[in-house]
Design a protein around this ligand. Structure first.
Ligand SMILES: Nc1ncnc2c1ncn2[C@@H]1O[C@H](COP(=O)(O)OP(=O)(O)O)[C@@H](O)[C@H]1O
Ligand SMILES: [Mg+2]
Length: 311
């Protein structure tokens, strides 16, 4: 079978996830080439390893760039670190005010708090960039090459953590607000309130699109090996806990040759795991892609690989 449904007009965001080394980047890049034939497509990497550039054999940066030689395909690498430092610069006044008015901390205390990471803020800001881009509507399709499982799950759970952080801050603000109202009469919301509200909205917007099955699809990649199956199960279960339903799975690196004794043995073992996958994930559509004799690198190899994904 092949990956399906990605051409639906309502479907905007396609994420590829799974364990490290199973072929996420390869599938994301191939899908980019496939969709770019008919849709204006943006390939986004959120994996700090940023291997989309290696996969395509091109340089990509933290600004949207057209992929040379491929009509309709652009690429972007989002650096969580950079988005975070920009966030801190952009909202410095608001965050300071938040602590200044809600706590008895002095400037030095606030400085040291600001140096601490706000939980999940870098991931959330990275995702905010994607959601902003989708809302701007410059492209028909947004393909995201995510970081390996653990990291991707962190990304999905951290909006909740950040949400808790926002709640605590909001509570402190309410106390402050109460005092102001009590002593000065009317309370006028300030930029710290606006900031909390806009953060809250951002977390909500991210959750909304990730959970919207019409607009977003999370494709899980795995390989026929026991460890990979366990991790795949964990990933799919955790995603569903956050309201993200996985509909299709790719089993990559599947041996086709039965030429030598070694290949036959390996193939037999792989078949055992492929059957296991079929049994455990019987509700998912499964696409099998073969192990190639060489790494799948560069446009030509990816064009070739995409035929397996979409045959
Ligand atoms: N079907 C395949 N056959 C041969 N090599 C593959 C195949 N799929 C991926 N690779 C290679 O395996 C390595 C890991 O793939 P990659 O897509 O970067 O994995 P991930 O993004 O999940 O870490 C890359 O060198 C890639 O070219
Ligand atoms: Mg990768």
């Amino acid at each position: 079978m092949a990956l399906t449904g990605l051409r639906e007009d309502t479907l905007k965001l396609i994420l590829f996830g799974g364990k490290g080394g199973v072929g996420k980047t390869t599938c994301a890049s191939s899908t980019g080439l496939y969709l770019a034939k008919d849709f204006k497509t943006l390939l986004v990497s959120t994996d700090p390893a940023h291997s989309v550039a290696d996969s395509l054999g091109l340089k990509i940066g933290d600004e949207i760039k057209e992929v040379k030689g491929i009509k309709n395909l652009s690429a972007l690498e989002i650096s969580a670190e950079k988005t975070l430092s920009m966030f801190k610069i952009e909202y410095d006044v608001e965050i300071r005010r938040l602590f200044d008015t809600s706590t008895y901390l002095d400037k030095e205390d606030i400085d040291s708090i600001l140096a601490l990471p706000i939980p999940g803020i870098d991931e959330v800001m990275g995702f905010k960039t994607i959601v902003d881009l989708i809302e701007e509507g410059g492209f028909d399709k947004y393909i995201v090459d995510t970081a390996p499982t653990g990291h991707a799950l962190r990304l999905l759970t951290l909006p909740e953590l950040l949400d808790d952080w926002i709640k605590v801050m909001a509570k402190m603000r309410w106390k402050y607000r109460y005092m102001v109202e009590r002593f000065a009469g009317k309370y006028k919301p300030d930029e710290a309130d606006d900031f909390l509200l806009s953060m809250k909205k951002t977390v909500k917007r991210i959750g909304n699109i990730l959970k919207d099955q019409q607009r977003c699809e999370f494709v899980v990649i795995t390989i026929p090996e026991s460890m990979a199956i366990l991790e795949t199960e964990r990933l799919i279960n955790n995603l569903s806990k956050y309201g993200i339903n996985v509909r299709q799975l790719v089993i990559n690196n599947v041996l086709e040759s039965t030429g030598c004794g070694f290949c036959r043995e390996r193939k037999k073992e792989q078949e055992k795991y492929i059957n296991q996958i079929g049994g455990r994930f019987s509700n998912l559509k499964i696409t099998i892609t073969p192990l190639q004799s060489k790494e799948v690198k560069g446009i030509d190899a990816l064009e070739n690989f995409k035929e397996f994904l979409f045959r």
